[in-house]
Design a protein around this ligand. Structure first.
Ligand code: SF4
Length: 250
């Protein structure tokens, strides 16, 4: 199967079945999303959603958070991974946001990355989710699932994965494809033991083909045969309709 065909099947499937995929992080504005995404590194969205309500209530805007201390922020996020570092990052980010960016979360990837705790992945999430920019953030799920399906080849770094996805995915699907891949990786194509037995992507997944060659080949053959049958049926219907038209003209 050509890479372009695999991308086409991927986009077709998810456009039809998950047209409204969104982040599972809870937030009410760009500032809150930025906090939630910084906190979500190496941590689950579920855990982040447990700590953010109290955090957002205590620090409703960049100025309040900037005026706080990492020690105080720590008390709100102690149950997430790397709370010490993340507390420092949040206060540093809020200071920069209020002092340099006039309390507006920037839309530019490079500007975003100037803030403490904001790497390329976080910047891409903000740019795509908040500003609908054609960007795709590569986290551990995106990295793994894109590789397994065969959307990427020999991409050994998140940046290499991002570049290949940007090259092949239609521009208007980049932002949502991030959520498709994350959700698929979180619930079906899980890290240790992918649930291929319930996955709807088996017929074009490279990993599945490699591990279930015979089944995949049969399915591909069946699909090919179905397409040929459909095409034949359509041709015959077209022919019949032309005949009928001719007769009615006479
Ligand atoms: S078939 Fe298996 S490896 Fe491929 S995407 Fe589905 S769960 Fe992942």
């Amino acid at each position: 199967m050509l890479k372009q065909e695999r991308y086409q099947h991927f986009v077709d499937y998810f456009s039809k079945n998950q047209p409204d995929a969104v982040t599972e992080l809870h937030y009410g504005n760009p500032f809150q999303l930025l906090i939630a995404v910084i906190l979500s590194a190496q941590c689950t969205d579920k855990r982040i959603n447990q700590v953010t309500p109290a955090l957002f209530e205590r620090f409703p805007d960049p100025a309040t958070l900037a005026a706080s201390t990492p020690e105080e922020v720590f008390t709100y996020i102690r149950s997430v991974s790397y709370p010490n570092n993340k507390a420092k990052h949040l206060v540093g980010m809020a200071k920069m946001l209020s002092e340099v960016f006039h309390n507006e979360v920037p839309s530019d990837i490079d500007q975003l990355q100037k803030m403490p705790g904001v790497g390329r992945k976080t910047a891409n999430v903000i740019a795509s989710v908040v500003y609908d920019a054609p960007a795709i953030a590569v986290d551990t799920h995106v990295f793994r699932v894109a590789n397994r399906i065969g959307l990427t080849t020999n991409a050994r770094t998140p940046l290499a994965v991002e570049k290949q996805l940007v090259e092949y995915l239609p521009k208007d699907t980049l932002a949502i494809a991030h959520h498709w891949l994350i959700l698929h990786g979180r619930y079906i194509c899980v890290a240790r033991s992918p649930k291929c037995e319930v996955c709807p992507l088996t017929w074009f997944c490279k990993y599945y083909a490699r591990t279930h060659t015979e089944t995949a080949l049969l399915k591909a053959e069946a699909l090919k045969a179905k397409k040929a049958k459909d095409a034949k049926k359509k041709k015959s219907l077209d022919k019949m309709s032309k005949e009928l038209k001719k007769r009615s003209v006479k």
